[in-house]
Write a protein of this length. Structure first.
Ligand code: URA
Ligand code: SF4
Length: 178
């Protein structure tokens, strides 16, 4: 299935209750031939308004962090595990994650990235089913794909100690990946 077809299905999706409160679903965007996919948790308010991933405060922080390493966000395919904004920015439920995960899996199958950069606990548990604290800062191979796990940019943005580790993680990731 093409990326466009997946996006279309996401925009029409009513599989979980989040469709009722969304303004726009946020399927993800970027390079369809990306070697690296970046996967976060869920759209926030700005993302819901614009229908684009990582365009709010945390998104700007992420974009700037990538630029520190000479990377432009357009090089990647960027998305989140949950495609519709959870009201009040609450954590998505297990059921919502279960309902939405097949879209991300389909995106991965279509793009066939070499590497997936996982941002935060929710994406970590959903994609590799491992405890965040045990795998953060590490490369993990699963089902023929390499994953690297780091903090979510909204946490990195808020807390200095996390920010330092986040930048260290990205440094390792891009050194290894090139
Ligand atoms: N956080 C995410 O995980 N995804 C977005 O698109 C924005 C913020
Ligand atoms: Fe569908 Fe995912 Fe949106 Fe729920 S969050 S309505 S499963 S696209």
């Amino acid at each position: 299935m093409s990326i466009e077809e997946i996006s279309k299905r996401i925009k029409e999706c009513k599989k979980c209750g989040l469709w009722k409160t969304r303004n726009n679903a946020v399927p993800g965007e970027g390079n369809k031939n990306a070697k690296i996919m970046i996967i976060g948790q869920a759209p926030g308010k700005q993302e819901d308004i614009l229908g684009r991933p990582f365009v709010g405060k945390a998104g700007k922080f992420l974009t700037q962090a990538l630029e520190k390493f000479g990377k432009k966000r357009e090089e990647f395919f960027i998305t989140s595990i949950i495609k519709c904004f959870p009201p009040y920015n609450r954590k998505p439920s297990k059921k919502e994650i279960e309902n939405c995960l097949p879209y991300t899996i389909q995106q991965i199958k279509t793009i066939k990235p070499k590497m997936i950069l996982i941002l935060g606990e929710i994406a970590c548990e959903a994609l590799i089913n491992k405890k965040f604290s045990e795998v953060r800062g590490k490369f993990i191979a699963k089902d023929g794909i390499k994953f690297f796990v780091t903090f979510h940019p909204s946490a990195a943005m808020r807390f200095k100690r996390i920010r330092e580790k986040f930048i260290q993680d990205l440094d390792l990731f891009f050194k290894f990946y090139g």
